[in-house]
Design a protein around this ligand. Structure first.
Ligand code: ADP
Length: 390
């Protein structure tokens, strides 16, 4: 029996529950609140924030391997445990270049992978010559994208900047927050993408790498709303994205699942936007639509098992996030009952006790018997019409 410790107890850990049972693996969770979704599926939970390393040390004593559901950890402090022999999968070195978005961009660029043009804002803000910043931004041309280097997720910390005044406004707004002074940023070109794409990729302890079908993701206000699998792209584009995924996971010697978000431009160019060093929202469709889910795959990888088949079990699928749209303690039972009547729909409700605007409360995946982007979008719209108040 393998005992797997997971740092983080949100829905990504919760969705490993069924796979753990199937594989005969026990899950032990470190998470701050007894209301976090994965508490219900864990054999044992240690309650503490994900960056509390003293607690991780306690967790590690009970487990064969430690993995991550949440990457906002304290790598320096965790490395003491790794040096003492705690087995982290992926190894901490695989996360080190990724947690800061600027360093992540540098790592991808140095690996020869295509990324948007970018630079770190801090050194220019510190510069005594403001014209340096001006010429750097003029090289990119407005709009540009301002991103917090750390702790951004679901669009938090990502701002589309149209002109100098809004850049100044955003920087002033951030520095007036209690922790704002320490915030550091990168600036990158705004990519007028045609589509956003993503790929889930897994690597085993034996360095076997498998990829899932490339998907299209649709964001609203920088939060993922829908995922269409597979994406309608050319075979060459799919091969290019699979190659990017393999290069990255081999270079970092990852053991486990990563999600990679990409842009596809109107002239067919692929650019990497972001790496999630864990299972990812763009792979939730795999629970119902693939031979092996990304959650099972991650457990297989970190336990040292052989990897599973990543093929789709239906010609296509569409996943729709159920995002909070109000502050409430409702369990939305009647909406969920209506969603259950959508043909071929699989509903996953994370059991969160509080809804807030933008919070991921659940998702629905519908399997389609043919591949059609238009049909997938129509199904997504029908689901959203049930979920969101008109
Ligand atoms: P987060 O880590 O918060 O998810 P992302 O970098 O993935 O932040 O950005 C969230 C969304 O913002 C993206 O999915 C995309 O829609 C938009 N976005 C981010 N960077 C750019 C860019 N350089 N050009 C255009 N849109 C962008």
């Amino acid at each position: 029996m393998k005992r797997v410790g997971i740092i983080g107890g949100g829905q990504l850990a919760w969705m490993m529950g069924d796979a753990a049972k199937k594989l005969g693996v026990e899950l032990l969770i470190q998470t701050p609140s007894k209301y976090d979704p994965a508490v219900t599926i864990a054999q044992e939970t240690v309650f503490a924030p994900v960056d509390d390393v003293t607690t991780t040390k306690v967790l590690a004593k009970k487990c064969d391997v430690i993995t991550f559901e949440n990457e906002f950890v304290n790598l320096d402090a965790l490395s003491v445990l790794e040096n003492q022999g705690v087995c982290f999968r992926p190894k901490l070195a695989a996360l080190t270049p990724l947690l800061d978005k600027y360093q992540q961009r540098c790592y991808l660029r140095d690996l020869g992978l295509p990324v948007p043009a970018f630079f770190a804002l801090d050194e220019y803000l510190a510069s005594v010559q403001p014209e340096n910043l001006q010429s750097k931004i003029e090289d990119l041309g407005f709009p540009v994208v301002l991103k917090s280097r750390r702790h951004g997720y679901d669009g938090q910390g990502t701002f589309i900047i149209k002109d100098w005044a809004s850049l100044q406004y955003q920087l002033d707004a951030s520095s007036s927050k209690p922790t704002g002074n320490q915030a550091s940023y990168l600036i990158e070109e705004f990519v007028p993408f045609e589509r956003e794409l993503a790929i889930i990729v897994a690597r085993s302890v034996d360095a076997e790498v498998v990829t899932y079908p490339v998907v299209e993701t649709q964001q609203e206000q920088q939060v993922c709303r829908r995922v269409i699998a597979p994406a309608e792209i050319t075979a060459n584009q799919a091969a290019e994205i699979e190659a990017i995924a393999k290069t990255l996971l081999n270079s970092l010697q990852v053991v486990g699942v990563f999600g990679i978000e990409l842009f596809l431009t109107a002239d067919g160019k692929v650019l990497v936007n972001e790496i999630a060093p864990r299972t990812h929202n763009s792979g939730h469709f795999t629970l119902d639509a693939c031979e092996t889910s990304q959650f099972e795959q991650h457990l297989r990888a970190v336990c040292g098992f052989s990897l599973g088949d990543t093929a789709l079990i239906s010609p296509s699928a569409v996943m729709v996030n159920l995002l909070g749209y109000e502050t409430s303690q409702s369990d939305y039972k009647s909406q969920r009952q209506q969603l259950a009547e959508v043909p071929h729909a699989h509903i996953h409700w994370y059991g969160k006790t509080e809804s807030r605007p933008g919070r991921k409360l659940g998702h629905v995946t519908v399997l389609l018997d043919h591949q059609s982007r238009d049909a997938a979008i129509a199904i997504a719209q029908a689901i959203e019409a049930i979920w969101y108040p008109s």
